[in-house]
Design a binder for this molecule. Sequence first.
Ligand code: KG4
Ligand code: ZN
Length: 334
Amino acid sequence: MKILGIETSCDETAATVVADGRNLLANIVASSVDLQKRTLGVVPEVAAREQLRYIIPVINESLKKAGISPADIDALAVTVGPGLIGSLLVGVETARALAFAWQKPLIPVNHLLAHLYVNWLSDSQPTLPGIALLVSGGHTELLYFESHEKIVWLGGTLDDAAGESFDKVARLLNLGYPGGPAVEQAAEKGNPYAFNFPRPMINDSNFDFSFSGLKTAVRLAVKNPSPMKLSTEDVAASFQSAATEVLVKKTFRAVREYRVKSLLLGGGVIANKFLRRAFLDYRERNQLNLDIHIPPLLLCTDNAAGVAAAAFYKGQSEPWQTVAANPNLSLCTK
Ligand code: KG4
Ligand code: ZN
């Protein structure tokens, strides 16, 4: 079964073809990141206009790369939310039009789940139940993935998302945009013990997170560089290590409490090599019998591969007439 996936929830325009929920036949992503570097972030109106230009060429390229024609597609899948309304509409309306024109089923997909379903595009597929951590620019969510049908939201951030805090710290340190990779690069040369930044909520017995206090602590350190000259690298490394410690500790608390054998990671922040290593190190130190699924770097940030994979396992299409963009779509079932 071949699914054409489409993703336009934020600034990327992506299309993919996935066979049987696990084989990636094509994965095309067009980004407007060069424009955002000038504006130090995504300008929704600008992003949506770029996506209107890219969407048809990206879909065409994806089919070409997969070596198939529209007739070979069994279904279309599209991100319906959460995300920026203007951006979502580009993908959703294109998918609706194609589903009508090609007479194909259309499967609406939650963007947050798409970030996690990239883990099924692999030879070692996750077994459920598992715990999933999603950390992106707009989200920090911990989930109990009981089955494809039952996904329970355990907790999330009370203020800033993890990726957002990387972006804000990058701004404070004048490291440019996007912030995550810039902070990671600066941190490589820094001392993670130079600043003892707070680890908010790390010992709380819930599954919630908070990153705004950490960001404020970084701001204070940057504003009052005493007694020595401030090292950008040390601040970046100390921040990255504080954020990582909270994410790792709380995730493993959920792993223990729910007694699962699988951990699924996803979202742009999982591209961070320090964080990826920290999850593996924790497992080793504690000798846990746990499969940790970490997507390849390309599938951490926004893409359409997870959209098609999620659609395969969901399997439920909807009439194109009722599929609609929902910028506030959530996973919260608590
Ligand atoms: O998943 P994503 O591409 O888009 C959203 O759905 O938000 O995530 C983007 C976020 C940004 O905040 C970016 O700074 C962060 O992921 N990010 C990183 C790294 N690469 C991207 N954060 C830390 N380290 C990285 N290497
Ligand atoms: Zn995303």
